[in-house]
Design a protein around this ligand. Structure first.
Ligand code: SF4
Length: 314
């Protein structure tokens, strides 16, 4: 079956002052099928949101991309801004943004924005707009009593739910949800995650970008772990969260850091993307690092680690 989204060797570099370059994403490859949820996880600054911005054509002017990312025959990395604005954003890719307050139009109420989106993307008749806006709000657990509020009158969590309600309108084949549960309490996290899952179950692909592993465990079919701009493990969610568990030492460390597991943080900090160590970028934090790790490990059989099998047996 043709995937909804096919990403091959996607790389993003930022050109900095003085001719320096920062490699924010390196060689990411994955497919995403209709009805499937792929969770892209990793610590802040690992490149998750840069990858999302590349798919949406929302990178700043000093970014350089290579590779391909194809949806409906359109290579998102090669498409011009007019194509992206008119036929991709909203129509082929829905977005739950990381910064909802910045994404919402500040001078229009949530109701006005929902009704406009319903008219534009779903062709909802004028007479049905009011009821449809209430239904869309309820899907995202946005209180209908706040529909006539402006974005600046909403809390962070309310703005997040308003942005989610807007993103769930329409029938874009891919929904990109970038930290959709930020600022929500646990009940609302679960409710939002379940609604995103239902959206995928309706035949859309869902790319969930999150640092919330509990939300990923709840709804993902597969998990991609990013570290220092690279996907270091790509595997099924059942294997990742259950037995035998992930094979990459960093992925194992992420799980071990959860309060409901070992509550043991990974020592050290992620490297600066502009000053990556030679070889495996995780080596300074990895207790399995040896001479072999002076070479960058390729992603092979779903994991990028020279000692993946020993780490998985530990
Ligand atoms: S390649 Fe080496 S340093 Fe990198 S994660 Fe694997 S064992 Fe650790």
């Amino acid at each position: 079956m043709t995937p909804v989204l096919s990403v091959r060797d996607l790389s993003v570099r930022f050109r900095m002052r003085g001719g320096r370059h920062i490699a924010a994403v390196g060689g990411a490859s994955f497919d995403l099928a209709a009805g499937e949820c792929l969770a892209l996880v990793g610590e802040s600054g690992c490149g998750k949101s840069v990858l999302a911005s590349a798919l949406l054509g929302l990178l700043p002017g000093n970014a350089q991309t290579s590779g391909t990312a194809v949806i409906d025959g359109i290579d998102l990395l090669a498409a011009d801004e007019r194509t992206l604005a008119r036929t991709v954003r909203g129509r082929r890719i829905g977005l739950v943004p990381q910064s909802p307050a910045a994404h919402l139009t500040p001078v229009r109420t949530v109701r006005a924005q929902l009704q406009e989106t319903l008219r534009e993307l779903s062709g909802t008749p004028r007479a049905e707009l009011r009821a449809a806006a209430v239904a869309a709000a309820e899907r995202a657990a946005f209180p209908p009593g706040l529909l006539d509020h402006y974005p600046h009158e909403l809390s962070g969590g309310q703005a997040q739910r308003a942005a989610t309600a807007l993103a769930l309108v329409g029938d874009a084949p891919l929904l990109l949800a970038d930290e959709p549960t930020t600022g929500l309490d646990r009940d609302l996290v679960d409710r939002t995650a379940d609604e995103l899952r239902r959206h995928a179950d309706g035949g859309r692909a869902l790319l969930l970008i999150t640092h919330d592993l509990a939300a990923a465990e709840r709804i993902a079919d597969r998990v991609a772990v990013m570290y220092a701009g690279r996907i270091v493990e790509l595997t099924g969610a059942t294997r990742f969260f259950g037995a035998p568990g992930p094979r990459h030492p960093y992925a194992r460390g992420l799980l071990a850091a959860l309060p409901e597991r070992d509550f043991t943080p990974i020592e050290g900090m992620p490297p600066e993307l502009g000053a990556l160590p030679d070889g495996c970028a995780f080596a300074p934090r990895c207790d399995r690092a040896d001479d072999a790790c002076r070479a960058v490990p390729p992603l092979r059989d779903g994991v990028a680690c020279h000692h993946a099998e020993e780490a998985a047996r530990a």
